[in-house]
Design a protein around this ligand. Sequence first.
Ligand code: ADE
Length: 248
Amino acid sequence: MTSQPTPWRATVLTLFPDMFPGPLGVSLAGKALAGGLWTLEARDIRASATDKHRSVDDTPAGGGPGMVLRADVLAVAIDAAGIAPERPRLLMSPRGRPLTQAQVTALAAGPGPLIVCGRFEGIDQRVIEARALEEVSIGDYVLSGGEIAAMALIDACVRLLPGVMGKQASGTEESFSEGLLEYPQYTRPQEFEGRPIPEILISGDHAKVAAWRLAQSEALTAARRPDLWTRKAGQKPLGRGTKNTTDG
Ligand code: ADE
């Protein structure tokens, strides 16, 4: 008898477990969840509080506004989750390293992470260090908590799991992981409010279509993402007929 492989798993520690699965329960991710292609466990950090008020936070040492999530409470919550050592332990935080498609691909290829969702002004630094949490940001803006960021990360991983998306994923994936933004897409009708579909796309000339799309991707990337474009320009292979300096 063959045993089923363990599905990819996301374990989320949050003060708002009712927020899950939320948007992850519908559409592509939701169907895959219902179909057993991945599993989700949202655990309530407050269940690990020990005092009679079930408090999870306290005022910041040194003063200042807001409240800080206590190290002892969060440590108990993490330990109670019983996370296997090979699973990544992430903390969603605007202070983290920015999430990339490369990291998403690596996370999707593994067993699935533990994700701690921050709230309040922050989390006691000692538990971040003591439980080796890797801080991850989904962008340079501040959300009111890590839950929506965790959902974004999980969604990006789940769509890459085998059987979730099939062939559809590959195009978008290749384009982004090659460091270019997607070219514009069109479909029927042939004309919309006086705007026709670019003629080249209905020419049937596949080579010309591919060249047009690449040029569009490059122009968009250069205009909108100079950071990606500079990196890309540094990697560009030398064109045909261009003398390669290593050839002597
Ligand atoms: N929590 C609050 N803001 C965040 C962000 N930008 N990324 C990840 N987690 C967050």
